[in-house]
Design a protein around this ligand. Structure first.
Ligand SMILES: Nc1ncnc2c1ncn2[C@@H]1O[C@H](COP(=O)(O)OP(=O)(O)OP(=O)(O)O)[C@@H](O)[C@H]1O
Length: 254
């Protein structure tokens, strides 16, 4: 089933008629089906963040359309968009974005609290995701009492708790050491395999991308290559490195 479809998306920052404007996206077509786990990679300034920001309804495209679950999100007003994002989408950011005044469990159930869900449902859902990601032992701790990797696993739990149609992750391993990055990426993998979660992730990190089922490369605001994960993770890791080298030249800044 198709979850997201974007057609001919362009984004121009600044006055479209001015010479100083920047064309960040140049006619991008993009599709994501249910259960996909996709990474977007590309050199710095290639348009990755702009693309994900448009696909997740944070930024409006200059032209083009974005449909998620059959709804034209680029035509929604601010209020409907905010509600749609809270109810239907999950987000994981590089900086974790947990509230320091709430415990891990309270942070995880926050999207459900905002939606005024029944407390029995919130408790059972929290218990389910805490168990799935093996972080029950830190449920009552505050973010400043746990490691960055544990904070990010809590943020991943939070992104899943409202059963979103799609989860967007922006450099989720950017602030983590390799051991924590491994634990966090295994959480994403588990979420994809066991919960059939549909995940779209932007990353510079080849290691993180190698956990995905597919990597899409973007360059100069256009999608230029797509590679599927068909073998072992190690083989896919090497394939991604080869693609980067082929696309980016000797100093590709991936
Ligand atoms: N708010 C903005 N105003 C003006 N130009 C912008 C804005 N945001 C991004 N750009 C420009 O649009 C282009 C694409 O930027 P974008 O941040 O999407 O790239 P990126 O691939 O995510 O880069 P990075 O990997 O460095 O984060 C760049 O030339 C950037 O300078």
């Amino acid at each position: 089933m198709r979850v997201l479809e974007a057609n001919q998306v362009t984004k121009i920052y600044g006055d479209t008629k001015s010479e100083n404007s920047t064309k960040a996206l140049n006619g991008v077509d993009f599709k994501v089906d249910e259960g996909e786990f996709v990474a977007i990679m590309g050199p710095s300034g290639s348009g990755k963040s702009t693309l994900v920001s448009i696909l997740s309804g944070i930024t409006e495209p200059t032209t083009g359309s974005v449909v998620i679950s059959g709804k034209r999100i680029d035509q929604m007003n601010r209020f409907d968009m905010a509600l749609f994002r809270r109810r239907s989408l999950g987000f994981v950011f590089q900086e974790f974005n947990l509230l320091d005044s709430l415990t891990v469990k309270e942070n995880i159930i926050l999207p459900m609290v905002l939606d005024k869900k029944d407390s029995a449902i919130m408790n059972s859902k929290a218990a389910e995701v805490l168990k799935l990601f093996e972080i029950e032992n830190i449920a009552d701790k505050y973010p400043y009492e746990i490691s960055g990797g544990q904070q990010q696993r809590a943020a991943v739990c939070r992104s899943l708790v409202n059963d979103p149609v799609m989860i967007f992750a922006d450099e989720p391993t950017g602030n983590l050491d390799s051991k924590s990055a491994n634990a966090v990426m295994n959480c994403f993998k588990m979420m994809n395999e066991e919960k059939n979660a549909t995940i779209l992730m932007v990353t510079h990190d080849v290691f993180a991308a190698s956990f995905c089922k597919k990597v899409i490369f973007i360059k100069d605001g256009k999608i230029c290559l797509e590679v599927a994960n068909k073998g072992t993770r190690k083989e896919f890791f090497n394939r991604i490195l080869d693609c980067q080298a082929a696309l980016g030249g000797e100093n590709n800044d991936f």
